[in-house]
Design a protein. Structure first.
Length: 320
């Protein structure tokens, strides 16, 4: 029986691929005083559509390929087909482009297997059936003939000899997620080094996260404790900053990075005072969240925060 993408029955892995804490990204572009001819307008809209698609692609988590190792199937956070532009183009030419989903911009999901220390391509499933209910759409796969003929070994297996690099194989609980590409981490990770389709080494890691002060918590802390009384020149000025924190294993702070984005027309001495004040605020936070990936503590994602000046209170005008 066919295993569907979101089925919990795939042995050896949990299929919570993407949709933990999804976000909706909205982009607004404003144009003023522009007049187009009909043809120019069409070309402009076409370019705008392409531009928005590119932005959306970067702002959407992508489903993994799959890889069979022994008797188990795992998520593969690498797409070997995309490492060869000719192969990638030939595969796309055979896709149906039906049931398109922004969670799979490449339009397919490939299944691989490690056999005899070789990376073997088993099949490529079209998004037409990948995102459809198995009872309504039978499995649709890409015909490999004519694309991978030169990569077949004596046993007729398609060996990914075009690919050299790292295979990131993951399983277990998802412990970190950002809604873009493969920017996520799992408890169990094994990285395979590959040279022309042959496995030359592997390294396994146990990733972890220790809960503590999050980015959201830190932003709220800055908003509530940033004291404009120290900086009279900011009384009516919006302040925009970006921050990142590298925690220690015990959750205390190892280092802080702060950049003042706005206002930009200030003296370096004053800017350093703003940074010092923000660092003091962040140091008040209790234990920070500690994400350990590949045996290294990872710095938080850089975040930006806008601090608007307080609204001026206006007195009500009584009726005469």
């Amino acid at each position: 029986m066919k295993q569907k993408l979101f089925s919990p029955q795939v042995k050896g892995m949990k299929t919570n691929f993407l949709y933990k804490n999804p976000f909706l990204y909205t982009k607004t572009i404003i144009f003023a005083d522009i007049t187009f001819s009909t043809m120019t307008r069409k070309l402009f809209l076409l370019h705008l559509l392409c531009f928005c698609c590119l932005l959306s692609a970067q702002a959407t988590g992508q489903i993994s390929d799959l890889i069979i190792i022994g008797k188990d199937t795992f998520m593969l956070e690498t797409c070997p087909i995309e490492h060869d532009s000719i192969i990638s183009r030939q595969v796309r030419e055979r896709l149906s482009n039906e049931n398109f989903c922004t969670a799979c911009w490449r339009g397919y999901q490939a299944t691989w297997q490690i056999e005899d220390d070789k990376l073997i391509l088993k099949r490529i499933e079209d998004s037409k059936s990948l995102f459809a209910h198995p009872d309504t759409v039978p499995e649709v796969t890409v015909d490999l003939n004519g694309i991978f003929d030169q990569y077949q070994d004596k046993q007729g297996r398609v060996v990914a000899s075009w690919f050299s690099g790292e295979l990131k194989v993951v399983s277990g609980e998802q412990i970190y997620y950002v809604h873009t590409g493969f920017n996520r981490e799992y408890e169990n990770e094994t990285d395979y080094q590959v040279e022309q389709g042959r496995i030359i080494s592997k390294t396994s890691y146990r990733n972890s996260i220790k809960k503590g002060t999050s980015i959201k918590d830190a932003m709220n802390l800055i908003k509530t404790q940033f004291n404009r009384d120290y900086f009279p020149e900011l009384a009516n000025t919006k302040v925009v900053i970006s921050c990142a924190v590298l925690p220690k294993a015990d959750g205390s702070i190892d280092s802080i990075e702060v950049h003042i984005i706005r206002p930009d027309s200030i003296m370096e001495e004053r800017k350093n005072l703003y940074i010092e004040h923000i660092c003091e605020i962040l140091k008040k936070a209790p234990q920070w969240e500690v994400l350990t990936v590949r045996n290294k503590i990872r710095k938080t994602e850089r975040w930006a925060i806008s601090l608007s000046p307080p609204r001026k209170q206006t007195r009500g005008i009584s009726a005469q």
